[in-house]
Every structure is written in C-alpha cells, then in structure tokens.
Design a protein around this ligand. Structure first.
Ligand SMILES: Nc1ncnc2c1ncn2[C@@H]1O[C@H](COP(=O)(O)OP(=O)(O)OP(=O)(O)O)[C@@H](O)[C@H]1O
Length: 252
C-alpha cells in the first residue's frame, strides 16, 4: 500500500479538566522507526494508549493503513497488525519463556480454543516461538519459568511476545526502562535489526538510543507536538532545547 501506515489526525484526550493529548497530528510511514520523546507527564503513554486502543479517544481520528480505527477495539487492532508491547504485564510468570511466546503465536493463528493443549509442544507454534527466542538471545532460557528471568530478560521476552503477533506496526513504550547497560544494548541491536522490516513507534527516555535508532523524532510537550524531524533537525531545534532545559539531555 502507499501512504502512511499510521495517521493521527488532531487527536485529543482529556482526563477531567486536564487536556492530556491536544490536537496531535502525525503520519508514520511504512518501515519507519519513529520516536516520540518529551518530558515526564507530557502525555506520551496516553497517546500510545489511544493508538493501541487501551484508552478512548475524545477527539480526532486514528487511521491505520488508511482505515479509521478510532473506535475499533484493541483485539481487532492487533488482528489488523497494530501490536503493542505491554511491558512486563504481558508476560505470564507461571509459564516458561517458550510457552509465553508460543501462546502469542497461537493467539495470532487464532486457535485460542487449543489453550489447554500445551502450546509449547505443538511444533507449528513451538518452531516460530523458538526462532523468536533465539533472535532475542533467549534461546538458552526457553524452558525457564518467566518469573525466574531477570528484569532485562523479561523486557526482551515481552518484545518477543509482541513480535509473535506478526505486527505491521509495533508500539514500544520505554523498552529500555530498568534494563542494565548490556541488556539495553541487546534490545537496541534487536530494534536496529527490525528497522525497515516493520514500522516502529518508540517511546523512550534514553536519548542516546533514540537518536541512534530513529528515522524521525517527534517531541511532545504538555500534550502538544512541538516538532517532528530527523534526529539532526530535532537536536538543533531551539524550541526543543528550551522545552527540555533541566529535564533531559537532548544532545546525544
Ligand atoms: N488514568 C488517568 N487519569 C487521570 N490522569 C491521568 C491518567 N493517566 C495519565 N494521567 C495524567 O496525564 C498526564 C500525562 O501522563 P502520561 O503518563 O501520558 O505522560 P508521559 O509523557 O507518558 O509521562 P512519563 O514520561 O513520565 O511516562 C499526566 O499529568 C498524568 O498525571
């Protein structure tokens, strides 16, 4: 298809009297890695809640591959190819790493009635699940219960779970938060490997990662987008620098 994979048109959301996202318009191109940065409380998480369908949108429209999904329920958005990594909450602690990914592959294949057949023993689910774990450097940890994985390994597992749904657009909300230096480098390399193959919307506070990975960066401040551009353009944008003063180091 031609045209943006995701288009936000004047999106808005209020929590009571607070306007949390305000008139946000943005187009994400197929294969693009687009980062959204902004100070704490700027509305980044709320925006991805709106895009993924977790939060209702009060005004504006969300178009996914040209289709209006503003009122579409979250499972249907996932089926269309819009996946979101749900931080650790998507990891089932009582299941092994392999079972977690196999269950996500199973959900994609729509065979949820086979839930009680151990998904990790079904080769049709097991094989792609193992491939994903290998890709994420978790191959040797396949049979470890998710509850025993390190924090960083859980973050990697949650990415593998999101990718198991075979998304066209992957939304990541702070995938590096709480990871060690080595774990964070591993996740950055995984994201680099995905670049161009799927579209990625990345919310991240680690500016070094953002500026090394993103094709374009948007800056959200008090719910409004104040700038969108290449990393170089954003880095030298006076308004962006002013908005971040005392907040974060934009100069990566
Ligand atoms: N469910 C809610 N009810 C009321 N207010 C909320 C709710 N969720 C978020 N907010 C408020 O909306 C504003 C934006 O929050 P949000 O979490 O979207 O920001 P953020 O940019 O993701 O912040 P951070 O970088 O700290 O994660 C904040 O003032 C927050 O207190």
């Amino acid at each position: 298809m031609s045209g943006p994979i995701l288009q936000l048109e004047r999106l808005g959301k209020n929590y009571g009297a607070l306007r949390v996202t305000d008139d946000v318009s943005l187009a994400i191109e197929p294969g693009e890695l687009h980062a959204i940065i902004g100070p704490n409380g700027a509305g980044k998480t709320t925006l991805v809640h709106q895009i993924s369908g977790l939060a209702r949108t009060d005004s504006g429209r969300i178009l996914f591959e040209g289709q209006d999904v503003t009122r579409t329920r979250m499972p249907e958005r996932v089926r269309l190819g819009l996946a979101r990594s749900f931080q650790i909450t998507s990891v089932l602690p009582g299941f092994t790493a392999l079972e977690n990914v196999a269950l996500a592959v199973q959900a994609r294949s729509g065979s949820s009635f086979r839930f009680f057949t151990p998904a990790s023993r079904d080769p049709a689910l097991n094989r792609p699940a193992r491939e994903l774990l290998d890709r994420f450097g978790l191959g040797a940890r396949a049979d470890v219960p998710a509850s025993l994985l390190s924090y960083g390994e859980k973050r990697q597992l949650e990415l593998a779970i999101a990718l198991a749904t075979d998304p066209k657009l992957l939304i990541l909300d702070e995938p590096l938060a709480g990871t060690s230096h080595d774990e964070s480098r591993a996740v950055v390399e995984i994201l680099r490997g995905l670049k161009g193959r799927i579209s990625i919307l990345l919310i991240e506070h680690d500016m070094e990662a953002v500026f090394s990975l993103a094709d374009r960066v948007s800056v959200l401040v008090y719910g409004r987008l104040i700038a969108t551009g290449t990393p170089a353009a954003i880095r030298s944008d006076a308004q962006v620098r002013a908005a971040y003063l005392g907040e974060e180091e934009v100069v990566a």
